[in-house]
Design a protein around this ligand. Structure first.
Ligand code: NFE
Length: 503
């Protein structure tokens, strides 16, 4: 039978999945990006320094990653030498955004796939937020309205967590996580000016110099976030995983892994990064080559040529193209389908033995979960890798604040040349993000973004290879083909952002 899952809730933008289910097994899955945006067209002819502002409007969740990728691309294109304070402030803004994003993703976007929100009806304690939630759910359910207790109910049918105390504890953390996310965003805004859409990030640094007040406020906020990560976020993931151990095997993508590396720690130039860049193909890690990336459009709603390199990128919308089923392009690395995101980021680093803390944390939690490193390619593997990333990033940010020098500049001084081209690559929360800029006569001649969810939620490529999410869905057993809670859990584990994917 054919079942369209969609619109899928608890993700950003408009995604649906066309599934074919035979004998309760998903035998085919098509990832459908349902809208067109065209930022790369909007950017043509503009002042280059508009790019890190305009590309942030691709998304309200990961705007800083776009600003940073754009700044790196311009730093490369124009030979701008960012001073250490500039690099560090970029990191402090972007890193705090990762922490916000991981907590948002687990608690608000994924946990309720497993946590039983109706357990709140059994709550008899005195926490005022929990009693308020209980009384509200009770009143909603008694109201007889068609969709009571939204956004918690209705929900997909399936098995939810049975332990009442665990459910109620997780719901408490669901609400606390909102407050902690606010702290992470406030920390980003100290150096970034505001959240979302920073006004301070520029090629070469930030528009303000750091002072002691900034540093101490930032540290105090990140300390609170770090405490939550260690005391609530990691234990909650492990507790939920313990109740659903099959999800260490479900949702396995069938290609390689790509990460551009995250958070350069100096010294400039050619600074190494906290998370190593690399691509894993057939189990082997290699250095990343941007020239190996091409974007196929056989199944995408574009009439521009298929298989173009990033620097040649083109975008001619063709809404009625017969073979197409998505507005998302299909990027491939040397023809290989790859997964990007926290799982890929951690696996690439682990495979290279680059960051000893990442290695230690992966080994520790893999042992607790009773999985091999291979198990990171799964629904809970992706959740665990976000949590491991959060631990490593929080410590790094606190250490970075100590490297800021209030007496030194936060921004390079430069004049933009008449022409130039450059790539800028970073890791957004959802994975590998690449920007390319070409400038002629002081204006943007071409701009290309190859975005995390474009990789993960791509349709099939010119060789009919499925995208990473499609491949993770195919072969999955579903109890109830009409609803497919299992597929929803897999989709959410990738944390898709369709606003970014179609940009
Ligand atoms: Ni709109 Fe984004 C991240 C980017 S995902 S959230 O993270 O880039 O495609």
């Amino acid at each position: 039978m054919k079942v369209q899952i969609g619109p899928i809730t608890r993700l950003e933008g408009h995604l649906s999945i066309n599934t074919t289910v035979e004998n309760n097994i998903i035998t085919n899955a098509q990832s459908v990006g349902e809208m067109f945006r065209g930022f790369e067209i909007i950017l043509r002819g503009r002042d280059p320094l508009d790019a890190q502002q305009i590309t942030q409007r691709i998304c309200g969740v990961c705007p800083y990653a776009h600003a940073i990728a754009s700044s790196y691309a311009q730093e490369n294109a124009f030979g701008i030498k960012t001073p250490p304070n500039g690099r560090i402030m970029h990191n402090l803004i972007q890193g705090a955004n990762h922490l916000y994003d991981y907590l948002l993703h687990f608690y608000q976007l994924s946990a309720l796939d497993f946590i039983d929100v109706t357990a709140i009806l059994k709550y008899s304690g005195s926490d005022h937020k929990l009693t308020a939630l209980r009384d509200w759910v009770k009143a909603e359910l008694a109201s007889g309205r068609p969709f009571p207790a939204a956004p918690f109910l209705p929900r997909l049918s399936g098995k939810y967590l049975a332990d009442t105390d665990l459910n109620i504890g997780a719901l408490k953390h669901y609400m606390e996580a909102l407050e902690i996310q606010k702290k992470a965003n406030r920390a980003s805004a100290i150096f970034g000016g505001k959240f979302p859409h920073s006004t301070a990030i520029f090629p070469g640094g930030c528009t303000q110099n750091p002072n002691i007040d900034h540093i101490s406020s930032y540290r105090s906020l990140i300390f609170d976030v770090k405490e939550f990560i260690h005391q609530k976020y990691i234990p909650d993931i492990l507790a939920v995983a313990q109740a659903f151990p099959e999800y260490w095997k479900i949702g396995r993508s069938q290609g390689g892994f790509l990460s551009y590396g995250l958070l350069p720690f100096g010294p400039e130039p050619d600074s190494a990064r906290l998370f190593a860049p690399g691509v894993i193909l057939n189990g082997q890690s290699e250095a990343v080559n941007f020239e190996a990336i091409k974007e196929d459009v056989k199944y995408s709603r574009y009439s521009s040529p298929s298989g173009l390199k990033v620097r040649d990128g083109a975008l001619t919308p063709a809404p009625h193209k017969e073979s197409a089923y998505s507005w998302i392009k299909a990027p491939r690395y040397n023809g290989h389908m790859v997964e990007v995101g926290a799982g890929a980021r951690v696996l690439v680093d682990y495979t290279q033995g680059h960051n000893p803390t990442i290695k230690k944390l992966v080994n520790k939690y893999a042992k607790i979960a009773g999985i091999g490193v291979d198990g990171l390619n799964s629904v809970f593997g992706r959740h665990l890798c976000r949590a491991i990333s959060a631990v490593v990033i929080a410590d790094f940010l606190l250490a970075e604040t100590e490297r800021l020098d209030p007496k030194a500049p936060g921004m390079a001084i430069y004049e933009l040349p008449e022409s130039g081209e450059g790539f800028g690559a970073t890791e957004a929360s959802r994975g590998a993000l690449l920007h390319y800029i070409r400038v002629k006569n002081y204006k943007i001649d071409r701009y290309e973004c190859v975005v995390p969810t474009t990789w993960n939620c791509s349709p099939m490529d010119d060789k009919d290879q499925p995208g990473a999410l499609e491949s993770a869905l195919i072969g999955t057993r579903v109890e109830n083909p009409a609803e497919q809670i299992e597929a929803n859990r897999i989709i959410h584990s990738f944390d898709p952002c369709l606003a970014c994917a179609v940009h």
